[in-house]
Ligand binder design. Sequence first.
Ligand code: SPD
Length: 427
Amino acid sequence: MHSLGRHILVEFFGCSSEILNDVPYIENSMRRAAQEAGATLISSVFHHFSPFGVSGVVVIQESHLAIHTWPEYRYAAVDLFTCGHAVNPWVSYNILKQAFQADHGSAIELNRGALELLEKSEVDLGELRDQVTQKLVEPKFSRSVWFTDRDENIALSIRHKGDRVFREKSPYQTVEIFDTYAYGKMLTVDNVVMCTEKDENAYHEMIVHVPMLLNPDIRRVLVIGGGDGGSVREILRHPQVEAVTMVEIDEVVVRASRQYLPSLSHALDDPKLNLIIGDGIRFMQAAASEAYDLIVIDSSDPVGPSEGLFSPSFYEQAHRCLKPGGVMTAQSESPRFNHAAFVDLVQCLRSIFGRDYVHCYLAFIPTYPTGMWSFTYSSKGGADPIRGFDRKRAAAFAAQENLQYYNADIHPAAFCLPTFVKNMLNG
Ligand code: SPD
């Protein structure tokens, strides 16, 4: 070899789109490709770019392997750069071509640092080498694999342990669970964070206890969505509740949650719960009028199977199914991240329930992009969410149930909106 290193610039065409969007699989393939070529692993960093694409680097003692994928074009660009004689980058090439199920690959090899063009320094590096050598320890491989929830301008990345805990494509969406360092197990749907073990209580306590602590007579509850079980768990903390019906369209979400998120899903086995796997929109159309004291819309974002849960016809039906004085809470997206969906939903609810009966409130959810999340409280001519609030009762309940987010101070405070959010809703 007449150069310091060999650099192979690779293009893989006609790969499996699914594989090219799968961070743990790509990371593991790249690590294997490095090891089987004879390299020593030092570190890896991999990112997912929602909804499509993975970028990552495996740092090896002999240089690096890097990748960027375009699943929508079934294409991956890969750099294989190795130094020294011990590592053969063509071994990595063959492993990756097979791993990505590429129809074909093309590659050019460059010699990096051609020795005839280099002159070795006469500077005595001996002292420097000695110092460094003294500090050297056996390389310890470290992984840095990231899940990213993003739109074209804003992203939130969460580091996870790299190996997939759960992944299944249902007829509706791809359901995955990752084991994250900061937030425990994390449920995602089509590459969007649904909840994590560590901060799900903010979402579920706020969507449930705000209406329930205002209305002590809530006995019959309907949940649309909520397949992870968090909302049902919170509802069943209230002993006066007689019956809960939950309609979740995707059985895979329920199964994944039962298996890997027991702290959320344990309430799904409660005898008061009637769990229906089915379409919430159809269920609501067929449900009896004035059947429920509380309806909770615990949906994912307004794309895919949840799109219809953001439509006026759905909320007209929900209004019909509420008893007089009954309440509906809905997750209503992030004012910053999903501005249009947030404003449209609040306006839609105002047109159905009446402007004075729709109130927006906020909670801080660190694992949703921007952290700021909104809910709407809409009543069928019922209690005002602040004037009707029994502070003492809320404080006693929060303490007795050891709630982690909801408390008697946060209840009224959550309805105080920043000026820019007020302006969005009044514009
Ligand atoms: N952007 C994600 C919004 C998800 C809201 N629903 C979460 C379901 C938790 N039960």
